[in-house]
Design a protein around this ligand. Sequence first.
Ligand code: ZN
Length: 271
Amino acid sequence: MRIILKWFIPVLFFSLLGYSCNRNPYKATNKAYKKQAKEYGKLLSKYPLNDSVNNAPAFVGTTNFSMRRPNFVVIHHTAQNSCDQTLKTFTLTRTQISSHYVICKDGTIHPMLNDLLRAHHAGVSRWGNNLDLNSSSIGIEIDNNGFETFTDAQVNSLIELLGRLKRSFNIPTANFVGHADVAPGRKVDPNRNFPWKKLADNGYGLWYDTTGIKVPPEFNAMQALRIIGYDVKNEGNAIQSFKLHFVQQDSTKKINDEDRKILYDLVRKYQ
Ligand SMILES: [Zn+2]
């Protein structure tokens, strides 16, 4: 019996160790995350930075400061086939893409990055005069192949997450946008099944009410799109992004009378 125990305990120990390793395939990348975050921690305590004012002798450290905070949320669909595939993509150095959160079909939220750090999710983007959405936003990726509907579990988890972010960082209601909104012509996510109205009803993003709206003839729809935030350099692309968000059943790149009513109502809310 003693002999059996002598072998059994180490075997049990190593098989449990192997089991826990198998259960966390991201052990190595979690370690890499911590190492990189630590490096940025060191950078934060450094002064001056090479890329800013170079006058160290005149440095007088203020006692009053805090971390910069995100002011936007950009929502995406992953355009991949599973949550696992996306987690893998975001933990491979060579892809250089990431987001703060990934929401799986069963509603599981995978946090991937401290909210105060910059994820690489928006790419070349513009909203109003903000040309670097990555620096000012939280990126949320929702597992979806690009054409599917979003599951109730995903939407419920998302709404809960948005509530926390909105409260923590005091993010304005208007600043919950989609990737397509900030990158017209380049991105089409989240797809037209995304429940923007439901989100707006819950306080994340704005919505319109065209009841009794009369649009003056001089109203300029493209100017309204610009005021809302769209990059209107390419008018067709801007209209397409606007429709993906606000008129999802219409895939044309043309503004009709109903769209003018929507824009007339919306633009006043964004001003
Ligand atoms: Zn995207």
